[in-house]
Design a protein around this ligand. Sequence first.
Ligand SMILES: [Zn+2]
Length: 293
Amino acid sequence: MQNKMISCPICSKEGKPDFILGTYTVRYCRDCDFRWVENLYEEKLIENSGYYWGKDFFEKQDNYLRQIWKREIENIIEISGRDSGNWLDLGCSYGYLISEAGKKGFRATGVEAVGDVAAIAKNRENLNIVHSLLSGLELPAGSFDVITMFDILEHLQYPAQSLEKVTKLAKPGSLLTIEVPFEGSLFRKLSYMTYRLSRGKLKKFVKGIFHEHPGGHRLGFSQKALDRFLKAYRWEPLRFEKTMMPFRFFMNETFRKRNPLQRFFWGIVYGTLYFVSILIGMQNRIKVYAKKI
Ligand SMILES: [Zn+2]
């Protein structure tokens, strides 16, 4: 089996090595404005929720997460023009999105690769959750009206095969929503600058963006990359939105494992960058709504 992805998964041209990060390398396709980790590993189901960086946080923020998803469901109803049908949420985590979609009248199915997370969600509300990787997922073709992929695509090793599968599962005219970390974010541009100015010696910040471990972030999408990628698999992007990770999540992630002095220092630095990102339109996430053609 090939253990490196040299060609751009979107256009198949050879990518140039962009960040050499010791044991792994990030490649870049100029035509697509797209980055990916070239090193591959064997994908497998993950049985332990310790994998989630935000496990404690997610479990305790039930109401807050439900509020976020209720707003998102309203967006999707407005854009798709439908308020019923089959909803598939890939990477459904603790299942709050499918729970709320179910209350709105959709027949909602979630797919989750982390076994004990899937079990917690199932036991809490008897939700329809399939414990599977996207690559091994067996559901009827052409059966979903709405498919959502929040914070999942950037973790996948084989984005082309994954999106091809999503296209197969979708009905004609259905709506796909994808949200991923944004390549054009201020945080990323500054991190890349630290690498380039140090001539590749300062790898820390880029290593925080692209990971080599299974389940880490492997893909970096610009708006151009998302647009090309979707169009290649019969999806017409209707709307792109740059968004910011909610401040509570952001601070939770930033301050994990830091001592009080570091918290104070990084709180000021990151807090300032957070709000400047919004002011100048370089948010850290991008969301797209696309229709199957
Ligand atoms: Zn490309």
